[in-house]
Design a binder for this molecule. Sequence first.
Ligand code: GLY
Length: 438
Amino acid sequence: MNVLIVGSGAREHALAWRIRQSPALARLWAAPGNYGTASLADNLPSGTGVDSITAAARQVSADLVVVGPEAPLADGLADALTAMGIPVFGPTRAAARLESSKSFARKLVRDSGAPGPEFAVFRDESDALDYLRRNPGPRVVKADGLAAGKGVFVCDDAMQAAAAVQGCMSGRLFGSAGDTIVLEQRLEGREVSVFAFCDGEHLSPLAAACDYKRLNDGDTGPNTGGMGSYSPPEFWTPELCAQVERTIMRPVVNAMTERGAPYRGVLYAGLMLTADGPKVLEFNCRLGDPETQTLMPRLASDPLELMLACNQGALHRVNAQWNDRRCVAVVMASGGYPGDYETGFQITGLENTPSDTPENTPTDTSSDMDDALIFAAGVGAGPSGRPVTTGGRVLTVVGSGSSIAQARQQAYARLQGISFHGAHWRNDIALNLREQNR
Ligand code: GLY
């Protein structure tokens, strides 16, 4: 099978690493890919827009296109590829509305019967501000459209919420993405990311992970694109998994099909585990980053068989499974990130990692790995061909083992051997968890 991966982050490097192990793979391309995918795939000098990717898919005679980021899906990439007869792993534009329109997602969740917070949708700023005066208290303000992960404001009180409303609406912080906003009751509890492969009707077994959004230890500092993750969470019991499938994932997938927008791809639910049970914070129409970096080493099934089955409505014929391996991912970032940062600093210590040498990709994902994996994001080739920093989140180091503590130890031990000017990371990823004995 000729496979084209769309995207350029550590998530896409992790996908390339796992897909490279598939016996069904003939050739692998990445558009545009990155320094890490270059040793596993042929990188194409392409954008990720619909026109660029459809042209690239035709050029390489792709048998499957695997889409990493949400923006091309929201723009109709899956629809365009389907119209060309090219199978795609990722939902149609209509199904991607679960992520690209927060008001659509909220109404669909409510109508499906899945649990979520109280909410109200506004197109007029003064109506929204009036609502906040009448309903004080902690709120979440969301710009309706895609805002590169920056359109959600978690507010302690009505004053903060009013400022967020004004920023989105009259302030046009996110352009037309903020013309409509959603005001939600703020939920308290423990956050978890839950993933299911879907073919419009069937769901794979769920996989769960926790990510760390704040920059600094102790969940302090500004929000980032994600500074680490671990999987599976120590609190993710078979009972909780069954409850989430029954009360959230299944009803939402059914509701999408009933609306004529069957969901095919990976469905990512951001949930809050509240005192009243799990509730929906948001849905995403793709794999998470940095969660994918801990999920790919846990995917026991052939990824290509699984992704193609999602496209073809044949998931029930595939033995979809996650292994029992524990994984911990730590993100190394450039000094200054998520604010301004400089790039071009040489990175040392990346040699001989199993994730960038095709011969080293372990074929048995259930056994322990001898060394951590390193997935590149903001890494490029410098003038001498050596790796240099090119972005804010530079790379993800992933350790694994039979316990989270072991996985954590492997990740941090490997991270100590990598350096670049200004590098920073969190030291508390997956620290002090109450793990059950396996
Ligand atoms: N982990 C957050 C995201 O991928 O959106």
